[in-house]
Ligand binder design. Structure first.
Ligand SMILES: [Zn+2]
Length: 402
């Protein structure tokens, strides 16, 4: 497995910060030095979604736990391998995953953070999507961050340190590290090694996803994601065929719903079963009925959170499709103006050339505006069907489709 330095080679600023922090942390853990300025107990890693914040967070944790006497973050020792495989005893990795973080997880987190490490130098808590933490969850983290146990490190990931994304109070107590987008070449190497994809497929995915690692990975591994992308891009062709484009849009939304249902049904059922077990449902004792009476609140909280997650997934899928579609109009605009830039969707070059030939430059700009507006509408909870139909109507006009 690659060393931490190799994993972060593409983003030298991140690599250097992480390695010097780990070096200082090692000296401190061994009682050879003070913690110093290179290392801190609480970190916030920011960067655009898909830039590899979580990759960087795990690499950082590996560098901290590594036991190789000479190469910090060697990638070979037991600790490096366990951390990188997300299976290290002293590393708690919290991924809120759309469902708001539960009280139990928060209690776990505080309990874990307070413990001494058992097999390594550091107790590490990684919290992804820290921008989704609200109220009590953020307070719980703040408590740990304000008075960190001497051998505990908290690494949080968020899109940015804007007050909208991250609590300013929490921010003021953390070291900030920005993780930029990786290069296309780096993503290609990563996907080829990780998924066995061909370099050509990996390159196409890296470019088409706008260098978003998670999306690129999904594009090479998930045929449904490929299908959704193709359906979205073909809308640009369908706008020239009156009613069919609206039918195609309805079909696309149905496909999204199906995918969201497949992703969510099983997960929802598992969570419900776990909660029911925790609440003692199925027990026979006298206390059972009483416990059930008090549990209605917990059940309805879960239901609400699951519904929120479904909605978020649905919105995310639709938004990504609109980003794809915008990429196609951008390609057409670039071709039309003769700008020498790489295309976002090289495999749909035929279509973007056709658009460049058929639609004027102001028309293409108008199409891009229509997509931006639809994305904004969907982000503030306008029904996707309405937002998308409105967008397609505008695009039809801009393209002079009759
Ligand atoms: Zn190691």
């Amino acid at each position: 497995m690659n060393s931490v330095a190799q994993r972060l080679a593409d983003t030298p600023s991140v690599r250097d910060t992480v390695l010097s922090a780990a070096r200082a942390a090692r000296a401190f853990a061994r009682g050879e030095a003070e913690l110093g300025s290179a290392m801190a107990h609480a970190w916030i890693l920011t960067g655009p979604p898909g830039s590899g914040r979580s990759v960087a967070a795990l690499a950082f944790a590996a560098a901290l736990e590594c036991s190789d006497p000479t190469e910090i973050g060697c990638g070979r020792c037991r600790h490096c391998r366990d951390v990188l495989a997300d299976a290290h005893t002293d590393v708690l990795h919290i991924v809120p995953g759309g469902l708001s973080i539960s009280i139990e997880e928060m209690r776990d987190m505080r309990r874990e953070a307070a413990k001494l490490p058992t097999v390594s130098d550091w107790r590490i808590v990684i919290i992804e999507d820290a921008d989704r933490l609200t109220g009590p969850a953020a307070d719980a983290i703040l408590k740990v961050v304000e008075e960190p146990p001497p051998h505990t490190v908290i690494i949080m990931c968020a899109p940015s340190i804007d007050p909208e994304d991250f609590s300013p109070t929490l921010r003021s107590r953390c070291r900030h590290l920005y993780v930029p987008y990786p290069s296309v070449d780096h993503i290609v190497d990563l996907l080829v090694a990780e998924t066995g994809a061909s370099p050509e497929d990996a390159r196409l995915a890296a470019v088409a996803s706008g260098r978003h690692i998670g999306r690129a990975r999904r594009l090479v591994t998930d045929p449904e994601a490929q299908k959704r992308r193709a359906t979205a891009l073909k809308l640009a062709e369908m706008v020239f065929h009156r009613d069919e484009v609206f039918k195609a849009a309805t079909g696309f939304l149905k496909g999204v719903d199906k995918q969201v249902k497949e992703m969510s049904d099983e997960q929802d059922a598992e969570e419900l079963a776990r909660l029911e077990r925790a609440l003692g449902k199925g027990g026979r004792g006298k206390g059972t009925q009483k416990a059930m009476d008090g549990s209605a609140g917990a059940l309805s909280d879960l239901e609400k959170a699951q519904k929120t997650r479904r909605n978020r997934r649905r919105r995310d899928f639709i938004d990504l499709a609109l980003v794809d579609l915008a990429g196609l109009y951008r390609d057409a605009l670039m071709l039309s103006t003769g700008a020498e830039v790489p295309l976002t969707h090289p495999d749909f070059e035929g279509l973007s050339r056709e658009l460049a030939a058929k639609v004027s430059e102001p028309g293409l700009v108008e199409c891009l505006d229509a997509i931006t507006l639809a994305r904004e509408h969907i982000s503030v909870n306008v029904t996707p069907t309405i937002a998308i139909d409105g967008m397609l109507g505008r695009i039809r006009l801009a393209c002079g489709a009759s």
